[in-house]
Design a protein around this ligand. Structure first.
Ligand code: BG6
Length: 297
């Protein structure tokens, strides 16, 4: 195992197991829920409240292998989103790195907090010196915090970040996404055309790939099939990306089932495109996301 977790005692309910593809996974059980986070990418692949279907979707066709991204869960997108001119790889290098588990703690109420850190890697050398930490708190809700610190004494650290969350839904045909009315977005299915969201709710009947910009709003996913509402609350995030690959793109993705687009929707919180962050020397910034779910009325 490529981590130091054995050097200290893990709290009750937390264990490190050999996961899929032989990759190490941190398994968490709390009085309210269960969760799993792979060290590969510090990738949350599971969160489920007792008595509810899983909140997080992972493709049955996902790869679980060194150097390959996991399809589903919560990929950590850093330090760039999408393609980046002059650099190799889509969505940055953090999602393919093996992270270190720094700490696992449990508070008096039974909430479990995990702290991960991106180790030094060759790709990071092209940037001013930084640290990237990821905190996952598991309770009745799932809280995630991506913390970036610029350690350079003289250079700004410019980056995009995003918690690219895949949600489980019962049937995409009856899912709606609320909270983005009035926001402008780039329509990646229409050559990045700049558009404005005029509708109260986004519905899905074709490929949808939209970075919404300059929006800090909470987003709600309403799922009539599973009878569930999911709230995506965020802090220090000016962008929300809504993505569903639909039929043709699903068929093109080798690590995604042809029919799986019906069971997922991505609502991603971060800072991308014009919302990219410029962190001055010595400064730190934290992207925070809280996921809550409840039965629909
Ligand atoms: C979304 C992008 O965030 O991620 C899409 O807006 C992209 O364009 C999708 O297709 C999945 O990306 P990847 O690299 O995981 O296949």
């Amino acid at each position: 195992m490529s981590n130091t977790a054995h050097q200290y005692k893990l709290p009750d309910g937390v264990s490190i197991l050999d996961g899929r593809g032989g990759l190490s996974v941190v398994s968490v059980k709390t009085p309210w829920s269960s969760a799993e986070v792979y060290l590969h990418g510090a990738h949350v692949t599971h969160f489920q409240k007792n008595g509810e279907p899983p909140l997080i979707f992972v493709s049955q066709c996902s790869r679980f292998a060194e150097g390959q991204p996991i399809r589903g869960g919560v990929p950590i997108i850093f330090p760039w989103f999408g393609a980046c001119e002059g650099r190799k790889g889509q969505h940055g290098f953090a999602r393919n790195a093996d992270w270190k588990l720094n700490a696992a703690t449990k508070d008096g109420q039974g909430r479990v907090k995990l702290e991960f850190q991106l180790p030094d890697c060759a790709e990071a050398a092209a940037f001013p010196k930084f640290t990237l930490k990821f905190f996952v708190t598991v309770s009745e809700i799932l809280e995630m915090e991506l913390q970036t610190a610029n350690l350079s004494a003289s250079e700004n650290l410019e980056f995009e970040d995003c918690l690219h969350t895949y949600f489980t839904v019962g049937d995409i045909a009856v899912v709606s996404v609320h909270g983005l009315k009035g926001a402008s977005y780039l329509d990646k299915t229409d050559n990045f055309a700049k558009k404005v969201e005029n509708d109260d709710a986004i519905h899905f009947n074709s490929e949808t790939d939209r970075p919404y910009l300059n929006t800090t709003a909470t987003v709600e996913i309403r799922d009539a099939n599973l009878g569930r509402r999911i709230l995506v609350e965020k802090e220090n995030s000016a962008s929300t990306i809504v993505w569903n690959p639909w039929i043709a793109k699903a068929q093109q993705l080798s690590d995604f089932g042809d029919e799986e687009y019906k069971q997922m929707v991505c609502v991603e919180s971060g800072n991308v495109a014009v919302n990219k962050l410029v962190l001055p020397p010595g400064k730190c910034s934290s992207l925070r996301v809280r996921l809550k779910s409840k039965k629909s009325a």
